[in-house]
Design a protein around this ligand. Structure first.
Ligand code: C2O
Length: 363
């Protein structure tokens, strides 16, 4: 269904009307308007996913647990993919091998993790009595939902590798340096077909030595590397620095229980986040822009995770920039929204946005 190109534009008329109402009200009230925070969804036996993204049911059968931070776990430091040493690379490859070898009925398998992402954005989850399905893109919960998703992805890999200090790497595509090449599809994900980090469905123009086009509409470009470096730098500046001095601009519009669609992304969500997805996706695949360019299948590609680790990193950096309003929305519909995931033991766990804001506390 949806691809990342349509992300900002797939609002129906109701979405527009609702958005207009929210904007008018918020101008009067001066802040995000109030609703009810998203409650953690259950994954019922009767799943309505249109894209076959239902999770195995029930799995461990244990009741859903509430997430708590385990202070005994080590603080995990994520490093740039292009600087990993041989041991770190070997460990990463091993982790994805193990993830791929889990059975189809295990909610932790790579394909089930991709399904979980899909379920949350392709009309897979309806709250009882609500008209609209839950959506995790195109509004202020985009960043926290994906940070939690990545957190459990990392914990699952750590469990499989039996190494609590395991950290995901990040793909440093915002780094336009000519000395250290960080803005191409990372070598370890792109060069070896038999690697567990490889994915078949990718854009042929997203291969080395081509550098990323943060303003792409998909496929190839005629631009020179120098032009791309300059444009990428400008785009990062307008989206993250000059264009996003407030929570609303950076995170996007409010989204509360019962809302339809998403009323608009923050500056970060479409470009560069969505454009990097599109750049990696194959424009010639039967489902145009598979895998990375389509919501339903993006998380099948292992590059999804270092891509989102970079999103997480830039969120943290954004807060350190000058300006008084570079902070998370201070609103209960944001802070109290909660979501359900599968933890490293394949049990269901619910997490509140307020629990994952501080990355130095997050173990
Ligand atoms: Cu749910 Cu990068 O997307």
């Amino acid at each position: 269904m949806g691809n990342f190109l349509e992300d900002g534009s797939r609002k129906d008329l109701t979405g527009f009307k609702m958005r207009a109402a929210v904007l008018i009200l918020s101008q009067i009230l001066g802040d995000f308007t109030s609703g009810v925070p998203i409650p953690a969804p259950e994954f019922p036996e009767k799943c309505t996913s249109e894209e076959n993204c239902c999770m195995p049911y029930p799995y461990t059968g244990k009741p859903v647990r509430q997430f708590t931070i385990d202070p005994n776990l080590p603080l995990r430091i994520r490093r740039p993919v292009h600087k990993l040493n041989d041991d770190e690379i070997a460990k990463l490859e091993k982790g994805y091998q193990l993830l791929r070898s889990l059975s189809e009925s295990d909610p932790r398998s790579l394909s089930n993790q991709a399904k979980l992402h899909c379920l949350y954005c392709d009309n897979g989850i309806y709250y009882p009595g609500m008209i609209w399905p839950l959506e995790i893109h195109n509004h202020w919960l985009f960043l926290p939902w994906h940070r939690m998703f990545l957190y459990f992805h990392e914990r699952i890999l750590a469990e499989l590798l039996d190494d609590d200090s395991f950290a995901l790497p990040y793909w440093n595509w915002d780094n336009q340096s000519e000395e250290e090449v960080a803005n191409t599809l990372p070598d370890i994900y792109a060069s070896n077909r038999s690697s567990s980090l490889w994915n078949h469905n990718r854009n042929k123009c997203a291969q080395q030595p081509n550098i990323v086009n943060l303003n792409t509409v998909g496929g190839c470009t005629e631009k020179t590397p120098t032009e791309l470096r300059i444009e990428n730098t400008r785009l990062m500046y307008t989206q993250i620095v000059s264009g996003a001095p407030t929570p609303r601009l950076f995170f996007g519009q409010a989204y509360s229980y019962g809302d339809g669609g998403g009323h608009g992304p923050g500056t970060f969500e479409d470009n560069p986040h969505g454009t990097v997805h599109l750049w990696v996706g194959d424009p010639d695949a039967p489902n145009k822009f598979d895998d990375m360019g389509n919501f339903g299948r993006a998380a099948r590609d292992p590059i999804f995770y270092p891509h989102h680790a970079n999103i997480d990193r830039i969120w943290t950096i954004w807060k350190t920039m000058p300006g008084k309003q570079r902070m998370e929305p201070n609103h209960t519909d944001f802070l109290d929204a909660s979501f359900t995931y599968y933890d490293e033991n394949a049990d269901r766990v619910t997490v509140k946005v307020s629990q994952i804001i501080n990355t130095t506390l997050l173990r």
